[in-house]
Design a protein around this ligand. Structure first.
Ligand SMILES: CC(C)(COP(=O)(O)OP(=O)(O)OC[C@H]1O[C@@H](n2cnc3c(N)ncnc32)[C@H](O)[C@@H]1OP(=O)(O)O)[C@@H](O)C(=O)NCCC(=O)NCCS
Length: 159
C-alpha cells in the first residue's frame, strides 16, 4: 500500500467467532511475530467480554483494537473507565490513518456507553500516537510483556 493509493476502509464491530479469529490473527502477526510478545500474555480472558473492532481494506482484515470496561476507576480518577488496547495494524497498512480510525471508533463506543474516560498502556514508542489523540501520561514507565510501557489517560467529553 502506498500513500498515493486510495483504498476504501471499512470498520465494524466483530460479529461472530470467525471475525474474532481474524482479529486474533492480526494480533498474532503484530504482537507475537513482530514484537515477540509471548502468546500467553497476548491472549487473555478479557477477549471474551471485550468490544472488538476490525478494519477491512478491500475485504481483507488489516487492523484491530478492543475496549474493555474496567471494574474500577484507575488511581486518581472517578467514575467508570475503559481500557483501549490490542491496537494492531498490519505493517503494510500503517501510517495511512487506520490507527486513527480505530482509536476514534473505540472512543466513540466508550462515549456511547457513558464512560468517564479511557486509559491505554502505551508502548513508549507509540506514545506520540496517543498524545495526538489527547492522552496524558500518568505515572512511571513499567515493563509489560518485556516492553517498556506507560499508562496514559483521556477523560471523555460527553457533550
Ligand atoms: C500504533 C499503530 C496501531 C498505529 O497505527 P497506524 O495505522 O500506523 O496509525 P495512523 O496511520 O492512523 O497514524 C495516526 C497518527 O499517529 C502517528 N503515529 C503512528 N504511529 C506512531 C508512532 N509509533 N509514534 C508516534 N506517532 C505515530 C501518525 O504519524 C499519525 O499522525 P497524524 O494523524 O498527525 O498524521 C501501529 O503502528 C501498530 O499496529 N503498531 C504495532 C502494534 C503496537 O505497537 N500497538 C500499540 C500498542 S501500545
Amino acid at each position: 500500500m502506498t500513500a498515493s493509493e486510495d483504498i476504501k476502509l471499512v470498520i465494524s464491530q466483530i460479529k461472530n467467532e470467525a471475525e474474532l479469529f481474524q482479529a486474533l490473527a492480526i494480533r498474532e502477526v503484530v504482537f507475537i511475530e513482530e514484537q515477540h510478545v509471548p502468546e500467553t500474555i497476548e491472549r487473555d480472558t478479557e477477549d471474551a467480554r471485550a468490544y472488538h473492532l476490525l478494519v477491512f481494506a478491500e475485504g481483507h482484515a488489516i487492523g484491530t483494537g478492543r475496549l474493555v470496561v474496567l471494574p474500577s476507576a484507575p488511581k486518581g480518577e472517578k467514575g467508570t473507565w475503559g481500557q483501549i488496547g490490542r491496537m494492531a495494524v498490519l505493517q503494510s497498512h500503517r501510517k495511512h490513518g487506520v490507527g486513527n480510525l480505530l482509536l476514534g471508533e473505540l472512543e466513540g463506543e466508550a462515549r456511547r456507553r457513558g464512560l468517564t474516560g479511557v486509559l491505554v498502556h502505551s508502548q513508549l514508542y507509540a506514545l506520540g500516537f496517543y498524545e495526538r489523540h489527547g492522552y496524558r501520561t500518568v505515572g512511571a514507565v513499567f515493563m509489560e510483556a518485556g516492553i517498556e510501557h506507560v499508562e496514559a489517560h483521556k477523560r471523555l467529553d460527553r457533550s
